[in-house]
Design a protein around this ligand. Structure first.
Ligand SMILES: C[S@@+](CC[C@H](N)C(=O)[O-])C[C@H]1O[C@@H](n2cnc3c(N)ncnc32)[C@H](O)[C@@H]1O
Length: 257
């Protein structure tokens, strides 16, 4: 991630675009799926680590307004947007910006649920942040982590690999982050660890929408646009959609005694 405000704001816009694509063209609503499995109770204190523009946290706050909600993200522009949305919607959520790996950034108080969605693998020292989160759980508290999982985007990556090599760090996350970092941490520290597999078929309906999706990814490079465009044109000559299969794992860990 970056400290450059222009790039940071671009990353925020790109993330919004990818999430919008998944919502519009996906078969399953990720947030409904996630919230059902978090079973949040009224009045609970929730921390979202790497909250982005606060979408998940603010929806939780809207559903259970008696709770306490705080989001942390390294992107200043995302946090500004989260604060604006909270104010516009009259929701009592608070936000702070900073690197979750910096011990001074996570709030000192305790939480009933610490949530991190598609974010923890960006921090430098995963285990240190997981440990810092665990220390902030109240008695009975739970830690919930979501990240891409094995086989995520296989169709999409196959399509791209005709002209580019997928960055190793992107591939590492789906293959190893949950399996080799989060789940072993959970089994070491919590009496109960549950894994929930999320799978979603996202049917992109046009070449333009696929092009826009490509441009909103962190691994997009303009020098590959020509290859991409040629291949996308070829694909849509014989297909009416392009299917991207999303696979993610939610690990819920707790309760802390
Ligand atoms: C893919 S986005 C997910 C955002 C949000 N959780 C969601 O699901 O919409 C990853 C987020 O992690 C944040 N991030 C990356 N490195 C971070 C760090 N070291 N500390 C805190 N947040 C970080 C990014 O700024 C970005 O908002």
């Amino acid at each position: 991630m970056t400290a450059d405000p222009k790039r940071s704001s671009q990353i925020t816009t790109e993330l919004d675009h990818r999430q919008d694509t998944n919502r519009r063209f996906g078969a399953v609503d990720f947030e409904d799926w996630l919230f059902q499995r978090l079973s949040l109770k009224p009045g609970q204190r929730v921390l979202d680590v790497g909250c982005g523009t606060g979408g998940h946290l603010l929806k939780l706050a809207g559903r259970a307004p008696q709770g306490h909600y705080h989001g942390v993200d390294i992107s200043v522009s995302s946090i500004e947007k989260a604060r604006r949305t909270a104010a516009d919607q009259g929701l009592a959520a608070t936000f702070s910006s900073g690197d979750a790996g910096d011990p001074a950034v996570l709030p000192g108080q305790q939480f009933d649920l610490i949530l991190s969605v598609y974010a923890l693998y960006y921090v430098q020292d995963h285990r240190a942040v997981l440990e810092a989160c665990r220390r902030r759980l109240a008695e009975g508290g739970r830690l919930a982590v979501v990240a891409p999982y094995q086989g995520n985007n296989a169709d999409w990556y196959g399509f791209l690999s005709a002209f580019m090599t997928m960055p190793e760090d992107v591939m590492w996350v789906a293959d190893h982050f949950m399996k080799d970092v989060v789940l072993p941490f959970g089994h070491e520290h919590f009496p109960e660890v549950r894994s929930h597999l999320f799978q979603n078929r996202v049917e992109i309906p046009s070449r333009d929408a696929l092009q826009a999706y490509w441009e909103s990814n962190i691994y997009h490079r303009p020098e590959w646009d020509e290859h991409f465009s040629r291949q996308a044109e070829e694909h849509f000559r014989t297909h009416s959609t392009f299917t991207i299969t999303k696979r993610a794992l939610l690990a819920t860990m707790g309760p802390l005694s």
